[in-house]
Ligand binder design. Structure first.
Ligand SMILES: Nc1ncnc2c1ncn2[C@@H]1O[C@H](COP(=O)(O)OP(=O)(O)OP(=O)(O)O)[C@@H](O)[C@H]1O
Ligand SMILES: [Mg+2]
Length: 240
């Protein structure tokens, strides 16, 4: 069973008299335990799609079923609760607080969830260790490299152990080597924790590091590729 499925998503924006349709009846279905990459040209609507799939934004039409729950049937508060409990989000620009150490950034979501400080610190440390930052815990963002900052952002998204992890262009401000570390970290998380990891990127270098690549064009998913162990595209399927 898919952990996240969208059916017939439509979304458009009106500016002045001009109406632009971004998503045109898009459907997709992704599985847990995999890193799925959504690729497509700039402006095709990848970020818009991710914000709908993660419950941040309501589509004009269509539905999203996440972990068996119809995301847009309930009200905004139900959706906020769902996001807090089940989803993590990694942004392109890290979105770290300048005055907090890596450990404090990672502990923050647990505070929102009511986890006590001692437990939050233990989980924060363990999660930073998991992304290879055991020796960077007490540094501020200004003292971290770009790749390290992005791994702090991943740890912050991961610390609640979300079933769904979303990442929007997590490697775009990183060099090739750090981009690979970040994408491999995301894939390992998917495999080890059976997390559904959905990552948006237009970086062709990352394609071979994903388990599956969905190609987005003209407001729908046009291609669906499974990636084999050696990085080749194994087969092409039709998406629903
Ligand atoms: N809030 C908004 N109001 C009006 N137009 C918007 C809004 N958000 C996005 N758009 C438009 O929708 C289109 C798709 O935007 P989106 O950010 O989803 O693309 P993208 O595929 O993520 O692009 P990129 O690869 O450059 O990040 C763009 O043309 C953008 O201008
Ligand atoms: Mg975008």
């Amino acid at each position: 069973m898919s952990s996240l499925a969208a059916t017939g998503l439509c979304m458009g924006y009106t500016s002045g008299k001009l109406r632009t349709e971004i998503l045109r009846g898009l459907s997709l279905s992704v599985d847990a335990g995999q890193l799925t990459l959504i690729a497509g040209p700039s402006g095709c609507g990848k970020s818009t799609l991710l914000s709908i799939l993660s419950g941040l934004q309501r589509p004009d039409a269509g539905s999203v079923v996440a972990l068996g729950e119809d995301l847009f049937r309930g009200d905004r508060y139900a959706r906020d609760r769902f996001r807090l409990q089940h989803t993590g989000f990694v942004f392109q620009g890290f979105n770290l607080f300048p005055a907090l150490t890596a450990l404090e950034q990672v502990m923050l979501p647990l505070g929102y969830m009511g986890v006590d400080d001692v437990a939050a610190q233990a989980r924060g440390r363990a999660t930073l260790e998991e992304v290879g930052l055991a020796d960077r815990m007490h540094l501020l963002p200004a003292e971290l490299s770009g790749g390290e900052k992005q791994r702090v952002a991943i740890a912050r998204a991961l610390v609640k152990r979300p079933e769904l992890l979303f990442a929007d262009e997590p490697t775009s401000s990183l060099d090739a080597a750090n981009g690979q570390i970040v994408i491999d970290t995301l894939r390992r998380i998917a495999h080890e924790h059976a997390t559904t990891v959905l990552c948006v990127s237009h970086d062709p270098r990352l394609v071979t590091h994903a388990d599956r690549v969905l190609e987005m064009e003209d407001g729908v998913i046009l291609g669906d590729h499974r990636i084999t162990n050696n990085g080749a595209m194994a087969e092409e399927e039709n998406t629903p």
